[in-house]
Design a protein around this ligand. Structure first.
Ligand code: DOR
Ligand code: ZN
Length: 345
């Protein structure tokens, strides 16, 4: 097969930032994707309905003429989140989900949740009104090894939370372990999981063998190959609980290539080429549309996009930029480390 037409995809986990960075990265997503769940981890974070409305307006103002893209806004859950403000923003159609960052887990998560008991009333309200919770599923306990933080989160935070509030709709985001895949596959109730492009293509060896590659550093950090294989099986399985959330997260090169480099992989530009490559390797090109374009909308109660995109497989490696320029500096694009042949035409 060398030609593939899919419903236009959506990205269920995306960082667009703000200002000059937003202007530079937004077209990279909007070129292929119709909608995206927009992460709220700005500085300061998007906490209230008014914050989300203002951020949505800035995104729409940054969208180049003629591009068709709908941002699906989220609120950043804090221990001071007002359940009534949140519910009003949801009722007004302004927010699609609420994001839980354990405080200190990742970039701009300092305002996140330290004590989950303190957000019990907000979570209860979300369960009541059917507002989904997107979760960065890692504990931050200093004694827990960084490679174990997802599994420990599932066992000590997620499972007890879902036991207490079985009606809460939960998306476990950017799953990186076979434990996360098993949990989402087997759990009772309303749960789904997103998987990033880069975690399908790299494991920790790619990041650490033969030199440290800061552009592969993200959170949750890539795990060993057996976990990567579990992610690939889940993504290509056709199980509607698993769908794409790229977690495309731009940082400028100086911020990545540093003594203390930022976490984040920027993959918006070539994500569809990468995914076609992975799905073809897995003999599952027929499952790509479900993963990128059908299961996410179904999960969020939205219709799939009417428009389509077409991918073609070229005989020689396709070109894509090494970096994109932004008003804040260059941002390196995800390089899977081998040529890509599929291109969106
Ligand atoms: O690698 C990451 N980058 N993981 C996150 O959770 C946040 C993101 C960012 O905002 O840069
Ligand atoms: Zn993210």
């Amino acid at each position: 097969m060398t030609r593939l037409t899919l419903r236009r995809p959506d990205d269920w986990h995306l960082h667009l930032r703000d200002g000059a960075m937003l202007e530079a990265v937004l077209p990279e997503t909007a070129r292929h994707f119709a909608r995206a769940i927009i992460m709220p981890n700005l500085v300061p974070p998007v906490v209230t309905g008014a914050d989300a409305a203002a951020y949505r307006d800035r995104i729409l103002a940054a969208l180049p003429e003629g591009m068709d893209f709908a941002p699906l806004m989220t609120l950043y859950l804090t221990e001071d989140t007002d359940p009534e403000d949140m519910a009003a923003a949801h009722a007004a159609g302004l927010v699609t989900a609420v994001k839980l960052y354990p405080a200190g887990a990742t970039t701009n998560s300092a305002s996140g949740v330290r004590d989950i008991a303190k957000v019990a009333s907000v979570l209860g309200k979300m369960a009541e009104i059917g507002l989904p919770l997107c979760i960065h599923g890692e504990v931050t306990t200093p004694e827990v090894d960084i490679f174990d933080r997802e599994k420990v989160f599932i066992d000590t935070v997620l499972e007890p939370l879902r036991h207490r509030l079985p009606e809460l709709k939960v998306t476990l985001e950017h799953i990186t372990t076979s434990d996360g895949i098993e949990y989402v596959t087997e759990a009772q109730g309303d749960i789904a999981g997103t998987i990033t492009t880069h975690h399908l293509m790299i494991n920790r060896n790619h990041m650490l063998v033969g030199g440290i590659r800061p552009h592969y550093y993200c959170l949750p950090v890539a795990k060993r190959s057996t976990h990567q294989q579990a992610l690939r099986r889940a993504a290509t399985s056709g199980n509607p609980r698993f769908f794409l959330g790229t977690d495309s997260a731009p940082h400028t090169d100086p911020n990545k290539e540093s003594e203390c480099g930022c976490a984040g992989v920027f993959s918006a530009t070539n994500t569809m080429s990468c995914l076609a490559h992975v799905f073809e390797e897995e003999g599952a090109l027929d499952k790509l549309e479900g993963f990128t374009s059908l299961f996410g909308p179904a999960r969020y109660g939205l219709p799939p996009n009417e428009a389509t995109i077409t991918l073609e497989k070229r005989a020689t490696a396709i070109p894509y930029p090494e970096k994109i320029d932004t008003g804040e500096g260059p941002v390196t694009l995800f390089d899977p480390g081998h040529p890509l042949y599929w291109v969106v035409v």
